[in-house]
Write a protein of this length. Sequence first.
Length: 474
Amino acid sequence: MNKFFIGRFVLQTKTPLAIHSGERTVGRDSAIATDWNNLPYLPATAITGVWRTILDCSEKLDEKIIEKWFGSSGLNESSASRFIITDGLMLDSKSSINFGLLNTESFARDELYCRFSNVHNIKNRERTSINARGASKNSAKFDTAILPVGLRFTFDVEAVIEEGEENELRSMIQLLADRGFALGSNISNGFGAFSIIGFKHLCFDIADIPKKSDELNKFRLNCRPLENIETNYIDLNPEQSLKLASLVKLKLKGRDTWLIGSQTSKDRKNESYTEYYLVWNRSNCFEQEKNRIVIMGSTIKGLILHRTLYHYFKLKKVFAEEFFDNPTNKDTEYSFDLLKTFGKDVIKSFIELFGYASTQGDGSTAIASKLVVPDVYIDSTFQIITRTHNKIDRLSGGTMSTALFSENRIYQPEFTIEVDIQKKYKFKDPEIKEALRRTLIDIAEGYLPISTGSGRQAGITRAEQGYKLSELLD
């Protein structure tokens, strides 16, 4: 006999989330997608699309099974999806769902709702494009609106199960906890990752729906999704991922002082870039926000790209003096343009691995990177050293007037860098693979500075423990 299934998931952001509406707001390049209450939400179409993408990576589920559940569209035959997936609604500061329209008093009573319903309270992460010489491109600054780590959402999945399909559905539900499940933009920079912190479900015979109607309505309208959660239906923290494979995981320690990114402290000193995250107590109530230093995944991936290009040129025995002596190469702006000497196939292979930012407004030429490098967080357990600097006049050798500044640098920070790659990706050029392998070794051995001030030995790191590169790089 057929059965009715409904499951409720509670997700918490592990990395910043950037689900954009496709529009701009005043003073910002992007705007967060919002629901009818002007609160951030997870579109059901995004959840469905990413879920299906991960299912395509499974060897146990063939295309016919996936199409049976998710539907298909074709010229000769099409079928509707058997799933009903709701939008992911943001939870309030008590981890409760609020259905329907909220009034002004409701927003005023809740700290999180009040904050995130105002677009000016949403964090902007400022970035800049890098040219072929490793410097910032002219007129290439842009920003990305992001939601913080620790924000919570909930959504429901409903389906009708035919006899013998229970295990099939359970296998698919399990993949929502896959490490590769990420929503929104900048996924290759580690954005949009979630952890499932709560799950519960109902499953009963279709014929019993009249008898179970009260129980079903109570389940749907329950505003406390983290009460009576289940822990044995699916593994909420699976170690393996169907979508991503790890290339390396490096536990690093700085040799000297560090300054990564830039912002101004309250006492007007330069300090490392920080972002806040949300902290919840054991009663699942919002407690406070805390700041921590962030090394952006995009920064690390940019370093990896430029050092990989360096090693590739080294393997090909093409050096900078020879390359830039050619008049046609002097005005090279884009990193991949450096590779035109080796032909279109090499450029295509690099773009396929590292991605390509569209130069068109509609993003039609953009290609997503196959490498995934998430943000790195450095908590507050480090020593801060203040250093004062003067700018020196090159002509006289004296101190320049009004050019005194100070930096709050962190001393010997410890952190972990992870570099993943999509499992479906296959290296076509063995020399690109070797160049990438050498780059990761450079990071581990301390030959590739990550922060500013590398000329005075700042930003140098070294792996604290032994490390092992993935067999994919052999």
